[in-house]
Design a protein around this ligand. Structure first.
Ligand code: MRU
Length: 348
């Protein structure tokens, strides 16, 4: 049986280990999942988060689900796998990579059906490992493609965390930055803190410092002023789901950044693998937006910062219309408007 390890995930035989992203940057702790229910909880509780990382995690969750009924009859196994897929797909609604990875695992089950049980499980393990390993290669390719729009000396604004932690490794938007740095370009990254969950402050700042990439942390409400002062030449963010017309769902606050970029004449790029593109979703209107606990707004950690009982609204994502997007950087190249044509072409 194979062993796989990246910054975000480690797979060995009967368990999936992941860095606990809730605890970063003050503690580097790990959580182990030994069954599909623990994987469901890890995704829902954001121990692991970020669209491609959620997809790969769910794939291993599916594999763990199959191992739970190793000796059961064919009927019981099939029933169980339907339940496992449904449960994992209920963990978070917006990132389409979750559904993409589960479909891929289900296809692996169907196409290897008939093999003796041990061989069937091995084929599922190979499928999950392929998803994880491919993700890293895809990020490196999209990183190289994206680096062509980064110039030496650029100031780059990013939002949330589209880094190694949001993927299996290397990152999407941060993958573009890594590739630019690998090419010898000197860049300065400005990371929005990303209220309310603070992925920018906690994860992006941690990751970039760890990688020796120049980073300055700003509060979300400083982005406009920082652009006005001329510090930003480019905006690079990730995505959780991209509709067929190029509308892109990403962490709440991305839409505001895109409007600010347009006002200041700054190019705004999305960096995401094609597994984030959902051609079955016609436009951003159809993308389900997760509403998360209001405690994320009323508290920072255990510290209450708002009056008891105040009404809150906490959509975890917003949708940036394609009209505000300069280009969508993928492993197949950079899609440009009209996106319904350019994105579709990348699947041919
Ligand atoms: C590369 S994953 C998508 C990202 O761009 C990221 O910004 C994001 O929105 C992740 O959301 P999260 O709620 O942390 O899972």
């Amino acid at each position: 049986m194979s062993h796989f390890k990246s910054l975000t995930l480690e797979w060995s035989e009967d368990r999936l280990k992941m860095i606990d992203q809730r605890k970063l940057p003050t503690a580097e702790e790990y959580v182990e999942c030994r069954n599909h229910e623990e994987v469901y909880v890890a995704i829902r509780e954001m121990i692991v988060r970020g669209a491609p990382a959620i997809g790969a995690t769910a794939a291993f969750g599916y594999l763990l689900g199959a191992k739970e009924v190793l000796d059961a009859s064919d009927e019981v196994l099939l029933d169980h796998m339907t339940t496992v897929k449904k449960r994992l797909s209920e963990s978070r609604p917006t990132a389409v990579n979750l559904f993409w990875a589960l479909d891929r695992m289900e296809n692996a089950l169907n196409s290897n059906w008939g093999l003796e049980r041990k061989k069937l499980i091995e084929s599922l393990e190979r499928a999950a490992l392929s998803i994880a390993k491919e993700d890293i290669e895809i990020n490196k390719s999209l990183g190289r493609n994206g680096a062509t729009v980064v110039r030496d000396g650029d100031g780059i604004l990013t939002h949330c965390n589209a880094g190694a932690l949001a993927t299996v490794d290397y990152g999407t938007a941060l993958g573009v930055m890594r590739a630019a740095v690998e090419q010898g370009k000197r860049i300065k990254i400005f990371a929005d803190e990303t209220r309310p969950y603070l992925q920018g402050a906690r994860l992006t700042a941690w990751e970039l410092i760890k990688s020796g990439i120049d980073v300055t942390l700003i509060c979300d409400n400083m982005a406009g002023w920082v652009m006005k002062k001329g510090f930003i030449d480019l905006v690079l963010v990730g995505a959780d789901r991209i509709a067929a017309n190029g509308d892109a769902a990403n962490k709440i606050g991305t839409y505001s950044v895109a409007i600010l970029a347009q006002r200041h004449g700054i190019p705004f790029y999305i960096a995401a693998p094609l597994s984030t593109v959902d051609l079955t979703t016609a436009s951003g209107e159809e993308i389900p937006i997760e509403e998360r606990s209001h405690r994320e707004i009323t508290h920072i950690g255990n510290q209450q910062i708002a009056p008891e009982g105040v009404r809150c609204l906490n959509p975890a994502f917003d949708v940036t219309p394609s009209s505000l997007i300069t280009g969508i950087i993928t492993e197949k190249g950079i899609a440009r408007p009209p996106y319904d044509v350019s994105l579709r072409g990348m699947f041919e």
